[in-house]
Design a protein around this ligand. Structure first.
Ligand SMILES: Nc1ncnc2c1ncn2[C@@H]1O[C@H](COP(=O)(O)OP(=O)(O)OP(=O)(O)O)[C@@H](O)[C@H]1O
Ligand SMILES: [Mg+2]
Length: 272
């Protein structure tokens, strides 16, 4: 494949997802994601953001329609074992909305080195990746602690570190900044901006439109009917106050989205 070709890493076609009990979570979802994109998923509570991230990670599978990743249709069979499964797990990492779902190791260090160990990476490199991930999230002092006895924000940082130590090409982050203090949020955003390049893919959900503006090259808005009601550039989505109100992305007491009026002091470059 020549490098000038557009490479779709994900292709989602006519996807519907229902939870047991016939509970609709996603309806008629169609979109592709190319290398280099940074996609924000926004929408009201219960619209389907977390469900979509789990589908993209091959943890659950469409009720109808399909998801192709790296050219292969995701199914229980292909993500369970075999060459594709190994490659897919190496390339794609999901950080759950709820860190309690993610964390299972006896110590923070075991947690952040678990992924690299599974990949059969040499010991020296596992150690350096683990240390890098701890440093990045500023949690080196928690190394020997029990993950389940940490604070909510600390848990979130450990779950982010445990996925970043895998160094995946595709990062799926479910509300990555929720529960983080302002400095930690800033550090994470700076890291993700630097990490983004023409090859990597970031897909994240958030309720924070400031973060959408800082990080995303594209926004998918999921509506109350669990379908994609907008797929556009952040500038277009964030400047339409009536739409934001209607889609439950701001409320009527919100001031005009402040980033649209005055940029951050530390405005980041927006070309990824
Ligand atoms: N395990 C489950 N079993 C049954 N229904 C579920 C399950 N998980 C989610 N749902 C339902 O599926 C729909 C989509 O949920 P999802 O968690 O994807 O929404 P979300 O956009 O991530 O919401 P939030 O902003 O609250 O995180 C909701 O109606 C929810 O009640
Ligand atoms: Mg969610």
């Amino acid at each position: 494949m020549s490098s000038t070709n557009i490479v779709n890493i994900f292709e989602i076609k006519n996807l519907d997802y229902k939870y047991p009990g016939n509970i609709p979570a996603l309806r008629q979802i169609n979109f592709n994601v190319r290398e280099g994109e940074s996609v924000a998923l926004v929408g009201a509570n219960g619209s389907g953001k977390s469900t979509l991230l789990k589908l993209l990670d091959g943890l659950i599978f469409p009720s109808s329609g399909e998801i192709r990743a790296f050219g292969t249709t995701l199914s229980e069979k292909v993500v369970d074992s075999g060459a594709f499964a190994r490659e897919f797990r190496r390339k794609v990492g999901l950080v759950f909305q709820d860190p309690d779902v993610q964390l299972f190791s006896p110590t923070v260090w075991d947690e952040v080195t678990f992924g690299p160990l599974q990949l059969g990476i040499p010991k020296e490199e596992i150690i350096s990746r683990g240390l890098d991930a701890l440093q990045l999230l500023n949690i080196a002092h928690l190394k020997e602690r029990l993950p389940y006895l940490l604070s909510g924000g600390e848990k979130k940082k450990v779950s982010l570190a445990s996925v970043l130590s895998l160094r995946p090409q595709v990062l799926l982050l479910d509300e990555p900044t929720t529960g983080l203090d302002p400095r930690s949020q800033g550090n994470l955003i700076d890291f993700l901006l630097e990490w983004s390049d023409e090859h990597n893919i970031l897909i994240f959900s958030t309720q924070d439109l400031d973060i959408v503006e800082e990080l995303a090259t594209r926004v998918l808005v999921i509506g109350s009917e669990h379908d994609i009601i907008t797929d556009d550039k952040p500038e277009a989505v964030l400047s339409d106050r009536d739409f934001l109100l209607k889609a439950n992305l701001i409320h009527e007491h919100s001031h005009r989205h402040k980033e649209l009026i005055h940029r951050h002091e530390h405005a980041h470059d927006h070309h990824h």
